[in-house]
Design a protein around this ligand. Structure first.
Ligand SMILES: [Zn+2]
Length: 305
């Protein structure tokens, strides 16, 4: 079993990319008249997503929408491969993400450049035919029937093409990478801030999500967590803490390795996670270093401006 029922309408599937559990999730939202999958994960875990659908009793032909928060390989990289198995589904994506989902060659090259061996392990990104793509903008809503409505929230900052999705039935938000990575086994978050990261936009997006007073957050990385508003506030405080550490370090001209070390020591959540981070190559190289780098680049740009 790698699925779990979260509410009457909602299921989580552990995609287990390259065998790593509790790291990337897809969610399945079933209304009375339509079914949506939120997040696809990378290409390598599409077989696990499809077997998850069987486990929860959803037929491939019954999926109407595949909604991705954004097109980074760990969230939407598997969309092209997945859509081949879902004859009736449309893919929902931000307007600036759509061209890269339709013609993913540059996105795949960029993913390999940034993530190296992790991108290779995640698998090549396949194209989604243009006629199957729906570009969603802020406040677009999708009526899945009964009490299940999905509202689209443009939430930029982590990326210039990021959407979150609000589920009216469970009052929860599928936040993508807008509110960090959550490690349930540690009760710790790590900021999701790869270059070109924008702190102001990220903070504005968090405020926008908080205004909806979500009861819970559904993390792609990873899982359903209660007290949504409190979680958002805690994440905001962590972003400010990183900002104060990194802005001072950039002014002094510290090396990236030194900034990385300072973050691990000065952020209590990161300190609590050091052993865990060092045990997992994907998290150390693909997550923590990328995000420290994004913060450093952001403050370097500000210093030059
Ligand atoms: Zn991302």
């Amino acid at each position: 079993m790698h699925t779990k029922k979260l509410s009457n309408h909602l299921y989580i599937i552990d995609l287990k990319p390259t065998g790593v559990e509790n790291f990337i999730a897809s969610y399945v939202l079933k209304g009375e008249k339509a079914t949506a999958i939120i997040e696809t994960g990378p290409t390598c875990s599409i077989p696990n997503l499809l077997s998850g659908l069987i486990e929860i009793g959803v037929r491939n032909e019954d999926v109407d929408y595949v909604m991705v928060s954004h097109i980074h390989i760990d969230h939407g990289g598997g969309a092209g491969t997945l859509m081949k198995h879902l004859p009736n589904a449309k893919l929902v994506v931000h307007v600036r993400g759509a061209p890269h989902i339709i013609s993913p060659e540059k996105l795949w090259e960029q993913s390999k450049l940034v993530l190296g061996e992790v991108a290779i392990a995640y698998g090549e990104i396949e194209s989604v035919p243009e006629k199957r793509v729906i570009t969603a903008s802020d406040m677009t809503s999708f009526d899945l029937g009964g009490s299940v409505q999905v509202k689209v929230l443009e939430t930029l900052g982590h990326a210039s093409h990021h959407l979150a999705y609000f589920d009216s039935d469970s009052q929860g938000i599928f936040q993508g990478d807008a509110a960090g990575i959550y490690f349930p086994q540690l009760n710790v978050t790590i900021p999701t801030a790869p270059a070109p990261f924008n702190l102001e936009m990220t903070l504005a997006s968090l405020e926008k999500l908080a205004q909806l007073q979500p009861k819970r957050l559904y993390y792609t990385h990873y899982g359903s967590v209660e007290n949504g508003v409190e979680r958002l506030k805690r994440y905001e405080a962590q972003l400010h803490l990183w900002a104060s550490v990194v802005s001072e370090a950039v002014k002094r001209g510290d090396t990236i390795e030194s900034v990385h070390e300072q973050i691990l020591q000065k952020d209590p959540q990161m300190k609590a996670a050091i052993d865990f981070i060092n045990r997992h190559l994907v998290i150390r190289k693909g997550v923590v270093m990328q995000n420290v780098h994004g913060y450093v680049e952001y403050f370097k740009r500000k210093l030059l401006a």
